[in-house]
Write a protein that binds this ligand. Structure first.
Ligand SMILES: NC(=O)c1ccc[n+]([C@@H]2O[C@H](COP(=O)([O-])OP(=O)(O)OC[C@H]3O[C@@H](n4cnc5c(N)ncnc54)[C@H](O)[C@@H]3O)[C@@H](O)[C@H]2O)c1
Length: 377
């Protein structure tokens, strides 16, 4: 049984603490929690019946910890993760791993040298629908990819939400808006399925909110042989969450809970070669359709304890018995490359080649953070 601590027990961290305290994570127990805010700390400590600390360094001295879960605001992730990794304590950090590629690279280096287990809370990788889509793409069953469209407009966030915590939707507190906070999940899923693009061109907007960052994004991620168009917003009701991937051998239309899959009998290349009609031969365009679902059991389980608990369980499994993490911390940098690339493209009005220059991006972000003004990105 490994001793876990949760650092930062606000909205998300308190859920991790409860899951650990209730014994929902096999091979892990909640040893203590830490939060700089007294009221938040005391509330969580009382709920979980666990010791609480105000300072994570004092906690590290006082407790014998095997692992920490970091659920603090974004800028502090790297510093806290480095502190524990260098002491040989396993780290599971909330997303995003950092706010800049440069700092994520530094953290990856520390993790590599430490040899300690390092994971990231990319809970959407535990979605069986996305895992199936990934398998179809990686195995080549969908054929060469021709197009991807990802629309994520169901992360509705009100002004009330932004006003709840000072760090939210600011360049200095969060390192970005809806893209770095909410959409980091879908961008990770995109690169997990399709790999990394070669460049990005993007525009961002702030719609109907008094914040300094974006709450709307339109990005074109250019791959070697296709484009992935990514549309996101946090101001739309009811919102959409859809991923379409078209390949030479079929089409995937995937939502969060269900994917419709169309696999062609002949590839589009063959259909084109055989065609003696302007719109192609109908008999050559035949496909098989099937549907993959999230499933009632998963819906109920994840509804009760949160999808994030699946990553906690995966992390504890590897910490206890070895094997591979579903979401290694080192891969957190990929989503960050995409996010930093979108902001850099928006700020410069240019296409940004990926991987981007981390140092140059950090300098641009610092400039934004220093000149922070409400009224949009
Ligand atoms: N995986 C997910 O689906 C998911 C969902 C929501 C939030 N998150 C992530 O969780 C993290 C926290 O978000 P939140 O919404 O819970 O924020 P929050 O503001 O509700 O909680 C953050 C807590 O961290 C505490 N804190 C700040 N600095 C600290 C420090 N140095 N040491 C100890 N405690 C400190 C704050 O007092 C606060 O209680 C963010 O990285 C966010 O992106 C992830």
């Amino acid at each position: 049984m490994k001793n876990f601590a949760v650092i930062g027990v606000g909205r998300m961290g308190s859920k991790h603490a409860v899951n650990l305290a209730k014994g929902r994570v096999k091979g892990a127990r909640l040893a203590c929690i830490c939060d700089v805010d007294k009221a938040t700390r005391e509330k969580c400590a009382a709920k979980c019946k666990t010791p609480a600390y105000a300072d994570y360094k004092q906690m590290a001295e006082a407790e014998k910890l095997d692992a920490v879960v970091i659920a603090t605001p974004h800028y502090s992730h790297v510093e806290i993760a480095k502190y524990f990794l260098t002491r040989g304590v396993a780290v599971l950090t909330e997303k995003p791993v950092s706010v800049t590629v440069e700092w994520a690279e530094e953290l990856n280096e520390v993790a590599r040298k430490s040899g300690a287990l390092f994971g990231i809370m990319y809970n959407q990788r535990t979605n069986n629908v996305y895992a199936h889509v990934r398998e179809l793409v990686k195995s080549g069953r969908l054929g060469a990819i021709r197009r991807a469209n990802i629309t994520v407009t169901d992360w509705y966030r009100s002004q009330f939400y932004y006003d709840m915590g000072g760090w939210r939707a600011s360049w200095s507190g969060e390192g970005g808006g809806t893209l770095i906070n909410q959409c980091v999940h879908q961008l990770d899923v995109m690169q997990w399925i399709l790999g990394m693009p070669r460049s990005v061109t993007a525009v961002c907007r702030t719609v109907n909110r008094n914040i300094t960052t974006e709450n709307e994004v339109l990005a074109n991620f250019a791959y070697k042989d296709f484009n992935a168009v990514f549309t996101a917003s946090a101001h739309e009701v009811p919102g959409v969450n859809m991923m379409e991937i078209a390949g030479d051998r079929g089409l995937i239309k995937a939502g969060k809970f269900k994917a419709d899959i169309y696999l062609l009998e002949k590839s589009e290349e063959e259909i084109n070669a055989l065609s003696r009609r302007d719109y192609g031969n109908k008999e050559d365009k035949k496909y098989k359709k099937y549907t993959v679902r999230y499933g009632l059991f998963r819906l109920i389980r994840d509804g009760l304890r949160g999808q994030q608990c699946n990553i906690l369980c995966d992390f504890a499994r590897v910490l206890n018995g070895g094997g591979k993490l579903l979401a290694p911390g080192e891969e957190g940098i990929n989503g960050l490359q995409l996010i930093n690339g979108v902001y850099a493209s928006h700020w410069t009005g240019k296409q940004v080649a990926l991987p981007l220059d981390g140092k140059a991006y950090t300098a641009m972000l610092k400039e934004r953070a220093a000149g922070e003004k409400k009224g949009g990105c």
